[in-house]
Ligand binder design. Structure first.
Ligand code: NAD
Length: 378
């Protein structure tokens, strides 16, 4: 069985799917691993480190892909690479099945099996494979560091002979995995932190981190069986925007992380809310790649409106590529283990497997994930 780790093609992507430590563990299982030259260089993993644990390192990308039983990536392979894979090959990565339906269709028609990391169930059993969580925590951390750097104030309180500096006020919207890490990081830096989420269940978690939970009465908001937030009605969103504007007006930093699984991100901060914020304050929009929580935020740009800086940088985990790759690689290692036939170095995909079943998007010429094709023949 041969696993191939190609260099990531997406512009600015520094993460690598497997780091040498995990390659070594796979090689010990009798699996061959081939890594494209310089695939790990952006994440602090030189070619030599892969060679030293028994991987083949090659510059012949086309040749490697054609020989792969399993191709692992952070993101999906581009169409020209998919065309090189063998019938029956398995491809794993953040495949973005909600937006990249063309690539998914190409995989289906070529007989490629595809596992989408976005669809790993958020269950205790799947925790070690939960790459959404491993990457989101890092994104939450990076968001606070970016905000602290951009803000014209310091985060902690300081009592000095020249007077008292009060702590910066940070407001985190969306207290999922990224939001909770943002709260914890801002608290560690000494900020006064408030947070809000539509899921009442997170109130306790927010409080346990020492932050204040902002309550807004929107009636029934609910959550899905997987624990994801439901999309709000138009009326609920209007009421929410109004109430959030008041809290934002007092904040020095607003970090937005609100997502609704598989859909456009909800718009939480309007231009009017931004107008009420103090010039010099900072907004970081973690949902920018899904349409953004903040009016006017732009992917991979920092825009300024009325003196408020809106940071819309994409791929925040990629800014800490060494650690992001370390935890992603660990997620993949455990996932690959679930794809092996009784631990032997050969693949066996069980459609009824409680982790693999839900995240297998294409298999044997069929689209299995209903989010892409409602008439899927599962
Ligand atoms: P996410 O990225 O989908 O969304 C981020 C947060 O935004 C969520 O907390 C959501 O409730 C919130 N949100 C959505 N719409 C909003 C709105 N209009 N206003 C304010 N907030 C809004 O969430 P996630 O971090 O991926 O977590 C999703 C779920 O999975 C959570 O219930 C989490 O606890 C759960 N989870 C479980 C496990 C596990 O059991 N192993 C692991 C990780 C996450």
């Amino acid at each position: 069985m041969k696993i191939v780790v190609p260099r990531e093609c997406h512009q600015g992507e520094r993460r690598v799917a497997l780091i040498p430590d995990d390659v070594e563990r796979l090689v010990r299982k009798g699996i061959e691993v081939a890594v494209e030259a310089s695939a790990g260089s952006g994440a602090g993993c030189p070619d030599e480190a892969y060679r030293s644990v028994g991987a083949e390192v090659s510059t012949r990308r086309e040749h490697m892909l054609a020989a792969a039983d399993l191709v692992v990536g952070v993101r999906s392979l581009p169409a020209e690479d998919l065309a090189r894979l063998r019938d029956g090959c398995l491809s794993i990565g953040f495949l973005d099945p909600f937006q990249a339906s063309g690539l998914i269709e190409q995989m289906r028609s070529r007989g490629i099996s595809a596992i989408s990391m976005e669809l790993i169930p958020r269950s205790t059993r799947a925790q070690k494979m939960d790459a959404l969580s491993s990457q989101a925590s890092l994104a939450g951390y990076v968001a606070v560091i970016l905000a602290a750097e951009a803000l014209d104030k310091i985060f902690p309180m300081m009592t000095t002979p020249a007077g008292t500096i009060f702590p910066a006020r940070v407001f985190v919207l969306g207290a999922g995995v990224a939001g909770l890490q943002a709260i914890a990081t801002a608290k560690r830096l000494g900020a006064r932190v408030e947070a809000y989420d539509t899921r009442p269940a997170v109130e306790e978690q927010v409080k346990s981190l020492g932050a204040r939970f902002v309550k807004i009465d929107l009636g029934d908001t609910g959550e899905t069986r997987q624990g994801y937030a439901r999309a709000l009605s138009g009326d609920q969103l209007d009421r929410q925007q109004e109430a959030l504007a008041t809290v934002c007006a007092q904040a020095d930093v607003v970090i937005t992380t609100a997502q609704v699984f598989g859909r456009q991100a909800p718009r939480l901060i309007t231009a009017q809310s931004l107008n009420r914020m103090r010039p010099g304050s900072v907004v970081v929009d973690l949902a920018v790649e899904r349409g953004g929580n903040v009016e006017g935020s732009e992917t991979d740009r920092i825009v300024e409106t009325g003196g408020v800086r809106i940071i819309g940088l994409a791929n925040l985990p990629g800014r800490v590529a060494a650690h992001a790759s370390q935890v992603y690689s660990s997620n993949l290692f455990h996932l690959i283990g679930e794809c092996l036939d009784e631990g032997k170095p050969r693949l066996r995909l069980d459609l009824n497997h409680e982790v693999l079943g839900p995240c297998l998007v294409t298999h044997q010429g069929r689209i299995l994930y209903e989010g892409i094709n409602p008439s899927a023949n599962r």
